[in-house]
Design a protein around this ligand. Sequence first.
Ligand code: ME8
Length: 520
Amino acid sequence: MADPFYITTAINYPNGRPHIGHAYEAIATDVIARFQRQMGRDVFFMTGTDEHGLKMAQAARDRGISPQELADEMSSLFKEMDDKLHISYDRFIRTTEPAHHASVQEIWRRMEASGDIYLDRYEGWYSVRDEAYYDEKELTLGEDGEKLSPQGTPVEWTVEESWFFRLSRYQDRLLAHYAANPDFIRPDSRRNEVVRFVEGGLSDLSISRTSFDWGVKVPGSDKHVMYVWVDALTNYLSGLGFPDEETEVYKRFWPADVHIIGKDIVRFHAVYWPAFLMSAKLPLPKQVFGHGFLLHRGEKMSKSIGNVVDPMEIAEAFGVDPLRYFLLREVTFGQDGSYSAEAIVNRVNADLANSFGNLAQRTLSFIAKNCAGVVPAGGKGDAADDALLGQVSEAAAEMRAAFGELALSQGIEAWLKAVFACNQYIDAQAPWALRKSDPDRMTAVLGTLYVAIRDLAIVIAPVIPSSAAKLLDQMGIPAEQRTHDVIGDRGGIEALAASGFRLAAPTPIFPRLELPVDDD
Ligand code: ME8
């Protein structure tokens, strides 16, 4: 049986509509999932929504609806976004599912059984209006000297009863785990931050609240709801069927191969989550990867600047695959990146329309028009042909290595280099000039290009799945041959030629994009 591969995104807060940062994480994770499937792994890909907590309760109150109504409405928008962007998830989890509540309560009981949970007092500056605690340094002073929250509401020093988790006990075990598993936190810059943070000492964590009730109830302590991160992180287990540890899915896929998350929540995943799991005596995920943030023209997205861009609008304006390609090609996975309509248009036109699209369109329409659609097979090959297919195979190998390491933009660069090589080859070989002078050689050149284009479409398919499928459909490549195993192999093309398949005049797969006139 194929090797299992369990990959997750963070679960999104559905207190507002999905933004481009959510789309970015879903797309990057999807590319990795699709790549691993192509490599023959048995992939389980999970995503979903994180529906409890104060932020949800507040957003619902602002709109005069219940938190459950808000969660239902917004969660479906996240699902729609995923479907629209061709995110190939296997499970979309919602933390309001009763089975998830049972799972979180079970992990709590296990942490309690390990002696890691105790009752104490939580104190801080609390705003009744905001139903939130603030740090001293976040506060401002009002006109009459009273302390105000960042929202401008009055705060008072408040003490409430809270359950605590003995995070302080786990410092040494966490540091030992990071040292023994250098790939546990990636990229390295995030790893170093986490190690420094943990070396600085860990305080126990307040993990329940009595000031609001929108959450999972603490077992045996009904006034308390769990801190949203205990609840949220446990989704990675619940989605597999935990606490039923005998279920096939759970046995097969836990521990996760990688949690893909943004850099702002690395600490929760690389410090709290492994500590909770150690306490519950469960195996730890193999890796946590903290990707960077997407900035709009170099600025952080914020509702007040008015640049929270709706990913659906971008996908509608430019197409799903162009958006997917742009995000992964332009942003080094792990680092921050910037996007704008111009950047998308320029990148997609340069790489997809002018380079790969043009290569495919020139070659296929030439065959449709001048060879009556007969797939070119045979003909006298020469060293240039072998060299080209060699370059394509090398690019495929580089992509395998890079995608396997989550160096996504690097993998795409290797692909693009091979696309350029094909365009140089077609210009140098000039098949149009060979039509009269050396038809046999023309067939060899076109046949080489047919193999190369097929291979380039196969290896880029995880990034641009629908466009690659459309191109391979036009070319008559059977679904079972769309794997890395065929790379460089002329055999499939010869069989296709022998099958009597005729290439129809191709429709361009990558139209040139125009900048919308109202781009800001
Ligand atoms: O943090 N660019 O939910 P969330 C790239 N519910 N990624 C971004 C981003 C941006 N501008 N803004 C946010 C939560 N993200 C929790 C997670 S997991 C057990 C619980 C990423 O909706 C962010 O880093 O605020 C996170 O990985 C994901 O989007 C969801 O963010």
